[in-house]
Design a protein around this ligand. Structure first.
Ligand code: PEP
Length: 252
């Protein structure tokens, strides 16, 4: 890793997978991997949070929720609050993952509200943006990224991490080429520069997500504006996840 590089961050988005035993076995294997060249955070589903946070106690691996409701508490069946996430041991939360946008109709403004609430509870929002296949084919990628980013950040959280997750690459095995990913990341960093100033934009970590695996991670992370990964499928196998994390420690 070159000395000036932002320290990489790798998130494991477990989505709706794993039972408690799987989760604790995974944590044991991950922690047995020794010192890691990246910050690491796991995003288990809600019922697993307590066990995972407990299994990670004393380690540097963080734990985060996959969603948050913008309200502090109340009649919101099936939702989870910032206070509950903190109480369960979280320090992170995903906001605006494409599966939330698609499955639950989450619009840009709701993503902003969730990110603001997260920060109010001391949780770092990991804000996800990304275009669909149709949007890319129509030449609208940058327009969509700009819209999602500005909606999330205008009057939004002061502290956040960003993930570029092209929807067409999520869970499909069709990873963005390193060049496509770099183009999008450079565009996003440019937008951050407009909104936050150059220095803040240069300091921000922008993760790539979309069918990352041990075979493609090293080439992706070699691109200058990629600062780590948000990993879905490959984060369910501790060996693959560790290999992806370790790829962040080698300059290729
Ligand atoms: C994700 O869900 O954030 C993701 C990137 O999934 P996958 O790695 O399986 O494409």
């Amino acid at each position: 890793m070159s000395p000036n590089r932002r320290r990489p961050l790798v998130g494991g988005n477990w989505k709706m997978h794993f039972l408690r035993d799987d989760a604790t076995r995974f944590c044991d294997a991950l922690l047995a991997g020794g010192a890691l060249p990246a910050d690491v955070v796991l995003f288990p589903s809600f019922p697993l949070l307590h066990s995972v946070a407990e299994a990670l106690t004393g380690s540097e691996v963080g734990c985060g929720g996959q969603d948050i409701h913008p309200a502090d508490k109340g009649a919101h069946t099936g939702d989870v609050s910032g206070a509950q996430l903190v109480d369960a041991g979280c320090s992170w939360v995903l906001c605006g993952h494409s599966e939330r946008r698609h499955d639950h109709g989450e619009a840009d403004d709701l993503v902003r509200q969730k990110a603001v609430t997260a920060l109010r509870y001391g949780l770092t929002p990991l804000i996800c943006v990304g275009e669909t296949q149709a949007e890319r084919q129509a030449g609208r990628t940058f327009e969509v990224l700009e819209r999602q980013l500005r909606a999330a950040l205008t009057d939004g959280p002061a502290t956040f991490t960003l993930a570029y997750e092209p929807v067409w690459a999520i869970g499909t095995g069709e990873t963005a080429t390193p060049e496509i990913a770099q183009d999008a990341h450079a565009f996003l960093r440019g937008q951050l520069g407009d909104m936050l100033g150059e220095t803040a934009a240069e300091a921000k970590r922008i993760l790539y997500g979309g069918s990352v695996n041990p075979q493609n991670a090293a080439e992706l992370i070699s691109k200058p504006d990629l600062d780590g990964f948000l990993v879905g499928g490959a984060s369910l196998d501790p060996e693959k996840f560790l290999a992806i994390i370790r790829s962040c420690g080698s300059d290729t």
